[in-house]
Write a new protein. Structure first.
Length: 364
């Protein structure tokens, strides 16, 4: 008959497992980002899996296969239809930026005399000819690194695709297995926490998709209406970058303003300076409509966080963890708030039950 471990030995084993787990995470830290991306995609597609399994006789495995490959087919088809137009828009935008660079270089090459002092700003701009020749010379040297990076990105893409598929197919069993690891007396509590966190992430992702679509359409129509060169690609960039609140649209606005300042309108008979001011004015109006009216309505019942906290948190995540950190920091922080409230209520002996709406969802 085996003897149960002593309390001290249990702590030793637990400490060793924690250290081993942290070591594995550190060793495989590059794998974390693709897994998170795959999990986010699976989370977005999961409602479609539930719809198919509820309204058809398909198994979850077949439903996951259909949804995943239908989504890939739709993405490829949309890209094939939009790619020629987007390529033309990008080419126009690239030519505009080249023109802006040359004009700025020419302006800075002219010395400015102030009170017998000659100020020369030419050194502020690099010689584009030199940069071009250096880039051409470096192509053979960088070919191997380019091939290596492309192969690595393809492998990460396959990892994301596989992660998405297996999470879509087996999430129910994985969730039940994780709950089974928790002592039975605490399982109801953790199921309630899981339901509340799930509602936060679902609301955040649905809200961001809706906000990106609305913002992209609004800015594309606005830029087309005033004749801004590259209106379609600039509108799409604004919509995509909206997922990074405040900072993303501001970056797109700076780019649109630069194009307006140096290129002007395609049909409005006003100077480039006033056209750039018009672009800034339209951006301020639309971004305030989005921030004051659209975004609060979309996120009112999901994250429940103050805009100031969201902004500061996202800025910190961009600096510390990059774009992926900025994408997930808000729901992660809101989820941490759920856990914090649970711990506080347990410490204070308060009721930890969910609101009626979430309670009904949990029972379903």
């Amino acid at each position: 008959m085996t003897k149960n471990w002593s309390v001290s030995f249990r702590y030793w084993v637990l400490s060793a497992l924690v250290i081993l787990f942290v070591g594995v995470l550190w060793f495989a830290r590059e794998l974390i980002s693709p897994l998170i991306i795959g999990a986010l995609i699976a989370f977005v597609l999961n409602p479609a899996i539930g719809f198919l399994t509820r309204h058809t006789k398909l198994s979850r495995s077949w439903a996951a296969t259909i949804v995943l490959f239908t989504g890939l087919g739709g993405l490829i088809s949309f890209s094939a239809l939009m790619m020629p137009r987007l390529i033309r828009e990008i080419q126009v935008l690239f030519v505009d930026l080249q023109t802006i660079f040359f004009q700025t270089q020419e302006t800075l090459s002219q010395p400015i005399t102030v009170l017998d002092w000659e100020l020369n700003f030419e050194y502020l701009m690099p010689d584009i000819t030199r940069l071009f020749s250096e880039s051409i010379t470096a192509i053979p040297e960088n070919a191997f690194h380019l091939l290596e990076a492309t192969t690595k990105n393809m492998i990460w893409g396959l990892v994301i695709l596989a992660t998405t598929y297996y999470l879509l197919r087996d999430w129910g069993r994985l969730r039940d297995w994780l709950f089974a690891l928790i002592p039975e007396i605490y399982q109801p509590d953790f199921r309630l926490i899981y339901e509340e966190i799930k509602q936060i992430w679902q609301g955040y992702l649905r809200g961001n998709l809706a906000l990106m679509l609305i913002t992209g359409i609004l800015f594309t129509l606005a830029w087309l209406a005033i004749g801004l060169p590259g209106a379609l690609i600039l509108g799409i960039i604004t919509g995509v970058l909206t997922i990074i609140p405040d900072l993303g649209p501001a970056i797109a606005a700076v780019l649109a303003t630069i194009v307006a300042l140096f290129e002007g309108s395609t049909y409005l008979e006003i100077s480039n300076f006033w056209f750039a001011l018009l672009v800034v004015g339209i951006y301020m109006i639309l971004i305030n409509i989005k921030g004051i009216w659209i975004r609060p309505r979309i996120f009112a019942r999901s994250v429940h966080m103050h805009d100031g906290i969201v902004f500061i948190t996202i800025m910190a995540a961009v600096v510390l963890q990059g774009i992926l950190g900025a994408l997930v920091i808000v729901p992660v922080l809101a989820s941490a708030g759920v856990l914090g409230r649970y711990i506080y209520r347990q410490l204070m002996g308060l009721d930890i039950s969910l609101p009626d709406k979430l309670e009904a969802t949990a029972k379903d």
